[in-house]
Design a protein around this ligand. Structure first.
Ligand SMILES: Cc1cc2nc3c(=O)[nH]c(=O)nc-3n(C[C@H](O)[C@H](O)[C@H](O)COP(=O)(O)OP(=O)(O)OC[C@H]3O[C@@H](n4cnc5c(N)ncnc54)[C@H](O)[C@@H]3O)c2cc1C
Length: 460
C-alpha cells in the first residue's frame, strides 16, 4: 500500500486547501457547523486539471470524493480523513446558448439555476426544477439523475443530457459533447454515468437539449379529504389540461400544517385544510385560455365533490409564495430533529394506503417525534422526513424497516430520485436483485479497478 504525499498533489493544483484549511468547509449544505475532514481539497479549473488529479490519485491509490453543490440527501459527499476532495466549483462556465440546435453546454460546477437562467434569456427552457436548484451543480445533478417538480411531464435529468465529458478514475478523458438528438452508434455510454453518483467517473461538462420557453404559468392549491379523490382529480386534470399540466404535488395535512405554522415564513391561503393538499402547475402559451382552463378544471373538481377548497394563483409573486410551501423542506427540518429522509417510489394507486400505514406504525415507535410526507404524486414518488429523539442505530434501523418493509409487495423502490449514496446502501437489495447488484459491482470494477473514486457509494 502506498502512502501518497498529498502535499505533492496539492502543490500542483493552484488554490488547493490543506487538511487544516479544509476544516472551514463542510460536506453538506445542512451541516455547515461540521468541519470537513479530509486530506485536502483540490479545485480544478479545466478538464485537463481533473485528469491530472485523477492520474496522480490512480498512481498513488488515493481515494477521492467528488463535491458538487453538496445538496444530495444520501450522504454522497461525506468524507473520511484520509480521502481527497475534488470540488468542481471553479469549473462553472456556461457556453452561449446554441439557439439553432436549441442546446446549452455547461461545465460541471455551473449552478443549475444559472443554466436555467441562461436558457431563459433565449426564450428556451430546461425543465429541471427542484428546491435545491440554487445550489446544485450540473455535475451533481447529472450524477444523481435528479428529478423534481416537473418530472411527470418532462422526465428526469437523463432525458435532457445529449452529450457528456467525463474523466475516468485513471485520468482518461472521455469527450462526447455531441448535441445530437439521435445517436444509435453502439452503447449509449453517457447514460452509464448519469445517476452513477460519481462512482464511475468525474463529470466535467455536459450538453443539455432545450425546448421552447412556456409563455404562461398558473398554479392552484387544492384541499381534498380522500386519496381516491386525489387520483380522480389527477386523471381529470391530465385529460383536460393535457401537456400543459406540468406539476401535481401532494402534501399530507400534517406536513402542510407544519409548513404554514406560526413559526414559519408562510401562511396558509386555504380556508379548509383537509387530509391532502395538492399543488398544481400549468405551463402554457395563451394567458386567458390557460387561466380559464385551470379554473374550469378546479370548478369541475368542486362539482364532483373531489375538492373541498381551492386557491388559484396567477401572479409570479403569488405563485412563488405558494410553491415555497411545497419546496422549502428546510422549514420542515426544524420540526424534525435527527431526521431521516426517505424518497420512495410506489405505484400511484398504492401511495395513500401505504403512506397512511407507515404513519400509523411510526406513531407507535418510541423516540419518533413526527413524520412528514410530501412529494411528486404524479410520479409515484413520495418523500418522508422523520424526526426523532436521537440518532441511535437501533431507532434508525427500526424506522428504515417500517418505511421499506411495504415496498417489496408492490415492487416499489427505496429511491425514486435521490439515489443510494452511503445511507441507503444496506437496503439496496430491497429494490434490486442479487444479479443486478453483481452487475453493478462488475461495472464499478471495470471503470475503477482500484476503487479510488467515490468508494463506498451504491455498492462496495
Ligand atoms: C431542499 C432540497 C430539495 C431537493 N429536491 C430534490 C428533488 O426534488 N429531486 C431530486 O432529484 N433531488 C432533490 N434534492 C437532492 C439534490 O438536490 C440532488 O440530488 C442534486 O442533483 C445534487 O446536486 P449537487 O450538485 O448538490 O451534488 P452533490 O450533493 O455535491 O453530489 C451528489 C453526488 O454526486 C457526486 N458528484 C457531484 N458532482 C460530481 C461530478 N462533477 N462528477 C461526478 N460525480 C459528482 C457526489 O460525489 C455525490 O455522490 C433536493 C435537495 C435539497 C437540499
Amino acid at each position: 500500500m502506498n502512502h501518497p504525499n498529498i502535499d505533492e498533489l496539492l502543490a500542483k493544483v493552484p488554490g488547493s486547501l490543506t487538511a487544516i484549511d479544509a476544516k472551514s468547509r463542510f460536506s453538506h449544505i445542512w451541516k455547515t457547523n461540521e468541519p470537513l475532514l479530509c486530506k485536502g481539497v483540490c479545485f480544478p479549473r479545466t478538464t485537463q486539471d481533473v485528469s491530472s488529479i485523477m492520474q496522480w490519485c490512480h498512481k498513488h491509490l488515493q481515494e477521492v470524493v467528488v463535491h458538487g453543490g453538496l445538496t444530495n440527501l444520501v450522504g454522497g459527499t461525506q468524507t473520511k480523513p484520509d480521502q481527497l476532495v475534488v470540488s468542481l466549483e471553479k469549473m462553472n462556465a456556461i457556453d452561449p446558448v446554441d439557439t439553432q440546435n436549441r442546446t446549452i453546454a455547461a461545465q460541471a460546477g455551473a449552478v443549475l439555476e444559472n443554466v436555467l437562467y441562461a436558457a431563459e434569456q433565449e426564450q428556451l427552457f430546461l425543465p429541471l426544477s427542484f428546491g435545491a436548484r440554487g445550489s446544485a451543480q450540473v455535475g451533481g445533478v447529472i450524477s444523481t439523475n435528479a428529478g423534481g417538480l416537473r418530472v411527470f411531464r418532462y422526465g428526469m435529468t437523463r432525458n435532457w443530457v445529449l452529450g457528456l465529458e467525463v474523466v475516468l478514475p485513471d485520468g482518461t478523458i472521455i469527450e462526447n459533447l455531441k448535441n445530437l438528438r439521435k445517436d444509435n452508434s453502439g452503447i449509449d455510454l453517457k447514460q452509464l454515468f448519469i445517476g452513477a453518483e460519481g462512482i464511475l467517473g468525474v463529470v466535467t461538462k455536459a450538453v443539455f437539449r432545450l425546448v421552447e420557453q412556456p409563455l404562461t404559468r398558473f398554479s392552484a392549491m387544492l384541499s381534498m379529504d380522500d386519496y381516491v379523490k386525489v387520483l380522480q382529480c389527477l386523471r381529470y386534470f391530465d385529460q383536460t389540461l393535457g401537456a400543459r399540466l406540468t406539476g401535481f404535488e401532494l402534501l399530507w395535512n400534517n406536513t402542510y400544517q407544519t409548513m404554514t405554522a406560526e413559526d414559519t415564513h408562510y401562511q396558509s391561503p386555504l380556508q379548509k385544510v383537509e387530509m391532502y393538499v395538492v399543488f398544481v402547475e400549468l405551463l402554457g402559451k395563451h394567458a386567458h385560455r390557460d387561466a380559464q382552463d385551470l379554473q374550469d378544471a378546479c370548478a369541475h373538481g368542486f362539482e364532483q365533490d373531489w375538492i373541498a377548497d381551492a386557491c388559484f394563483f396567477d401572479t409570479a409573486a403569488a405563485q412563488e409564495e405558494c410553491w415555497k410551501i411545497r419546496e422549502d423542506v428546510a422549514a420542515l427540518e426544524l420540526h424534525a430533529p435527527h431526521n431521516q429522509h426517505f424518497d420512495i417510489s410506489i405505484p400511484i394507486g398504492d401511495i395513500g394506503q401505504i403512506i397512511n400505514d407507515i404513519l400509523s406504525q411510526l406513531q407507535h415507535v418510541e423516540g419518533v417525534l413526527g413524520a412528514y410526507p410530501f412529494g411528486h404524486l404524479a410520479d409515484g414518488n413520495m418523500h418522508l422526513i422523520v424526526g426523532k429523539e436521537n440518532n441511535g442505530q437501533q431507532l434508525t434501523k427500526q424506522i428504515n424497516e417500517i418505511v421499506y418493509q411495504p415496498l417489496a409487495a408492490v415492487k416499489g423502490s427505496i429511491s425514486a430520485e435521490h439515489g443510494i449514496g452511503i445511507d441507503k446502501k444496506p437496503y439496496l437489495q430491497l429494490s434490486r436483485s442479487q444479479d443486478e447488484i453483481k452487475l453493478m459491482k462488475g461495472i464499478k470494477q471495470l471503470f475503477d479497478p482500484k476503487n479510488i473514486l467515490n468508494p463506498g457509494r451504491i455498492v462496495n
